[in-house]
Design a protein around this ligand. Structure first.
Ligand code: UGA
Ligand code: MN
Length: 318
C-alpha cells in the first residue's frame, strides 16, 4: 500500500506529538517520584529532630528509617530473618556478631525469638542497641524436648518452637498481596556474609546455595546442571529430597502466607527438618540456584566452643 503525500505528513505530525507527549509524561513521573522521596526524607529528618517532643523511641525512628530506605531502595524486598536464640555464656557474643552483620543490610527485618519463659534484658538491650529493625518474641522449648547434658546433640531438634513462633508472627501481622518479602532462617551461631543478603533479595519462590563447614565437608552444596538443581553434595544422606542445612535456603513470603499449615514439628525425623519443611512449598527442579549457580559460599555453619567459665563478675553483662 502506498501513502499519499498528505497521509505521510499526517503520520509524521502524529508521531511528533505522540513522542513529545510521551517525553512529557516520563519527565513528569520522574519529577513526582523525586519529590516523593524528598518529602519522605524531610519528614524523616523532622521526626528525628523532634523525637523528644514527640516521645519517639529509638526503635520507632529505626522503623521510619527502614520505611524510607525501602522507598529509596525502590523494590528491594524485605528479608524477614528468623533467629531462635537461648541463654548460654556465648549468647551475647553470637548475637553481637549477627546483629552487626545485619546492620549492613538495608532491607532486613530481624525476628528474634528467645527460648525462654520471658524476653530477657540481655537480648532486649542488644536489640535496642543494634541499628536493625526487629521484632522480639519468646517461645520456650518444652522441657522434655530440650537436650539433656548426657544426650547426643542429634537426638533432639533445636529451634522448632521458636521458628514456628516466627512464622506465626508473619502470618498474624502480614497480609498476602499487600506485604512483599523473603523469609530466611538465620541461626544465631552461624557466620553470614553481607553478600548472602544480596542473593536472598533475588529469591522469587525458593532459593538455595552452598553452606560452608557443615556435614563433615568443607561445604555442602546443591548440584546444578544446566541451571537446574538435580541433587546435593553432602556429607550425610544426600538422597534427601532437599539435602540442605537451615542456612542454605530462603522462601518467598507469599508462600509462607499461603501455606498456613507449613511449619516445624518434633515428629519430623532427625536431620530432616529442612527437607520436610521445604516439601510444603516446592519441588527440587523448581529451586533457584543462587550464589553464582551455587559456586560461592556466603554462609558458614560455624560453631562456637563452649567456654569454661569458673566464675562470674556479677556487675558485668557479658
Ligand atoms: C543444625 C541446623 O543448622 C539447625 O538449623 C537445626 O535446627 C538443627 O541442626 C537441628 O537439627 O535441629 P546446630 O548447629 O546443630 O544446627 O544447632 P544449634 O545452632 O545449636 O541450634 C539451632 C538454633 O536453635 C540456634 O539459633 C540456637 O540458638 C537455637 N536453640 C538451640 C534454641 O533456641 N534452644 C536450644 O535449646 C538450642
Ligand atoms: Mn548452629
Amino acid at each position: 500500500m502506498e501513502f499519499s503525500g498528505i497521509d505521510n505528513m499526517r503520520l509524521r505530525t502524529f508521531l511528533f506529538w505522540f513522542l513529545g507527549f510521551s517525553v512529557f509524561i516520563i519527565i513528569y513521573k520522574l519529577n513526582a517520584i523525586e519529590s516523593d522521596v524528598e518529602k519522605l526524607r524531610f519528614l524523616k529528618e523532622t521526626l528525628s529532630l523532634n523525637k523528644q517532643q514527640l516521645q519517639l523511641t529509638e526503635h520507632q525512628l529505626q522503623l521510619i528509617e527502614h520505611l524510607y530506605q525501602n522507598k529509596v531502595g525502590q523494590g528491594l524486598p524485605i528479608i524477614y530473618a528468623i533467629t531462635p536464640t537461648y541463654w548460654r555464656h556465648v549468647q551475647k557474643a553470637e548475637l553481637t556478631r549477627v546483629s552487626q552483620t545485619l546492620a549492613l543490610v538495608p532491607n532486613i527485618h530481624w525476628i528474634v525469638i528467645e527460648d525462654s519463659e520471658e524476653r530477657t534484658e540481655l537480648v532486649t538491650n542488644l536489640l535496642n542497641d543494634s541499628k536493625v529493625v526487629y521484632t522480639h518474641l519468646n517461645a520456650k522449648t518444652p522441657p522434655f524436648e530440650k537436650l539433656q547434658k548426657k544426650e547426643e546433640r542429634w537426638t533432639k531438634h533445636r529451634g522448632i518452637e521458636q521458628r514456628n513462633a516466627g512464622l506465626q508472627w508473619l502470618r498474624d501481622n502480614l497480609e498476602l498481596g499487600r506485604d512483599k518479602g523473603i523469609v530466611y532462617f538465620m541461626d544465631d551461631d552461624n557466620t553470614y556474609s553481607v553478600k548472602l543478603f544480596h542473593e536472598i533479595s533475588k529469591v522469587k519462590r525458593v532459593g538455595v546455595w552452598p553452606v560452608g563447614l557443615v556435614g563433615g565437608l568443607n561445604a555442602e552444596a546443591p548440584i546444578v546442571s544446566g541451571g537446574v538443581v538435580t541433587g546435593w553434595k553432602t556429607g550425610w544422606r544426600s538422597n534427601r529430597e532437599f539435602a540442605t542445612d537451615m542456612a542454605g535456603f530462603a522462601i518467598n513470603l507469599n508462600l509462607i502466607l499461603e501455606k498456613t499449615n507449613a511449619g516445624f514439628s518434633y515428629k519430623m525425623e532427625h536431620g530432616l527438618l529442612e527437607s520436610e519443611f521445604l516439601s510444603y512449598f516446592t519441588t527440587k527442579a523448581e529451586l533457584e540456584a543462587l550464589a553464582d549457580g551455587c559456586t560461592k559460599v556466603y554462609v558458614w555453619h560455624t560453631r562456637t566452643e563452649t567456654p569454661t567459665v569458673k566464675g562470674t563478675i556479677p556487675y558485668l553483662e557479658v
